[in-house]
Design a protein around this ligand. Structure first.
Ligand SMILES: Cc1ncc(COP(=O)(O)O)c(C=O)c1O
Length: 407
């Protein structure tokens, strides 16, 4: 008799965005004359930068000629992209990351989801709350947690992000082995200072732990004092893996390209105390289970690092940040405390009421979709995430409607 992985039955019944989609579909069906504006899910709306499109076309033409055609590429990514990342994302910021420490993939979601499988199943986990749901759910699937009791899985040390700590959790007193961090944060939009990140690196060193640092939104940082990479912190090469994505940097959500950095100096241990290279483990996992990103897509991604590409991607993130500013100012005028939106495309609003109630209010009265904070964890209750990913026209229209509805 075929049996299932019963860890899947511990997962909470449905996925946040599926719940939202269901409610929005029901509303739209019942109110076909009331167009809805979506400031909920974090998907980009603006087209790819021209430099990327040009590179994509040129690479597609190469695939049409026998002399330049490419079959399977290196699983870890082509050298031209790994070198461009090492130079522009790391060396340019004073970080010592070699091209062969960079693993190109088809998305940070997969990388954040898959990384846990190279580590022990009985390790001590620390995960922020609220959080990008992928970190929690993949560990539930892998059997690292107990059941969900009252909105929390047994076996996870939750790192609470609240108004009291400025939505940046301090290092805990308890020890953990695998720690997920995400800055600029999804969903709160909060950023961590150099001092706060240094404390996490010191904590990981003291506990022989590993930090999984998700910086999918680093391109939105405008404050020059805020680190873009965990490797800007002294010693991080020995304790951290970093995830980066081109999705929100250059509109690649539908194009799919990202990368993970695993330094060669990163070590983990077996039960007998034997030391192992995490780079070697991840290389083994990646080459066994992944067959590389399409050549034209990697060429398009490399174009981000050209002079034109840099100007165009900066204009793209500036555009969304200008939307974010309009949203922040509007929420401030309505008297809601908020964080984020200055170095991130998300604004985390303290709604002062149940977060699904706020969601329904926004949908019914303003026909605007936001994301209820409770969907990101217990600490998200009483909050909502508003996304800056939309056209200027839609953001402006949404804000007029919200002001009228919530006044
Ligand atoms: C924090 C965070 N990490 C990773 C991802 C996934 O990005 P990708 O499109 O590269 O899979 C997202 C996407 O929304 C995200 O918010």
């Amino acid at each position: 008799m075929i049996r299932i992985n019963e860890n899947y039955t511990k997962l909470k019944a449905s996925y946040l965005f599926a719940d939202i989609a269901k409610r929005v579909t029901a509303y739209v069906t019942a109110n076909p004359d009331k167009p809805v504006i979506r400031l909920g899910i974090g998907d980009v709306t603006e087209p790819l930068p021209a430099a990327c499109v040009k590179a994509l076309h040129a690479a597609t033409d190469e695939m049409a000629q026998r002399s330049t055609f490419k079959g399977y590429g290196p699983e870890q990514g082509y050298g031209f992209l790994r070198e461009a990342v090492a130079q522009h994302d790391y060396a340019a910021r004073g970080c010592r990351i070699e091209p062969d420490e960079i693993f190109i993939s088809d998305g940070s979601k997969c990388d954040c989801a898959n990384i846990q499988e190279i580590f022990a199943t009985d390790l001590r986990l620390a995960i922020p709350d609220p959080v990008y749901p992928v970190y929690v759910d993949t560990n539930v699937m892998a059997g690292r947690t107990g059941p969900n009791v009252d909105g929390r899985y047994e076996g996870i040390l939750y790192l609470e992000s609240t108004q009291a700590n400025g939505y940046v959790p301090a290092v805990p007193t308890a020890a953990a082995d695998l720690i997920y961090l995400c800055f600029p944060n999804n969903p709160t939009g909060a950023v961590a200072t150099r001092e706060q990140l240094s404390a996490w690196v010191a904590y990981a060193k003291a506990n022989r732990a590993i930090l999984l640092f998700d910086s999918a939104y680093e391109a939105y940082i405008r404050d020059p004092a805020i680190p873009h990479s965990i490797y800007e912190i002294e010693g991080a090469r020995d304790v951290a893996i970093e995830f980066r994505s081109f999705s929100k940097t250059a509109g690649f959500t539908g194009t799919r390209c990202a990368y993970t950095v695993v330094p060669r100096s990163l070590k983990a241990w077996d039960a007998a105390g034997g030391e192992h290279s995490v780079h070697a483990l991840w290389n083994r996992r990646h080459t066994t289970k992944f067959n590389g990103v399409a050549y034209p897509i990697q060429k398009a991604a490399a174009a981000i690092f050209t002079e034109d590409g840099k100007v165009q991607t900066r204009a793209l993130t500036d555009f969304y940040l200008a939307n974010a500013r309009l949203i922040r100012e509007a929420m401030g005028r309505l008297g809601f405390p908020y964080v984020g939106g200055d170095n991130a495309p998300y604004i985390w609003v303290n709604t002062g009421r149940d977060s699904w109630e706020f969601f329904d209010l926004m949908l019914d009265r303003a026909q605007v979709v936001c994301t209820p904070g409770a969907g990101f964890g217990k600490c998200g209750e009483g909050h909502a995430r508003i996304s800056a990913f939309n056209s200027r026209e839609n953001v402006e229209r949404a804000l007029v409607r919200i002001a009228a509805a919530l006044r």
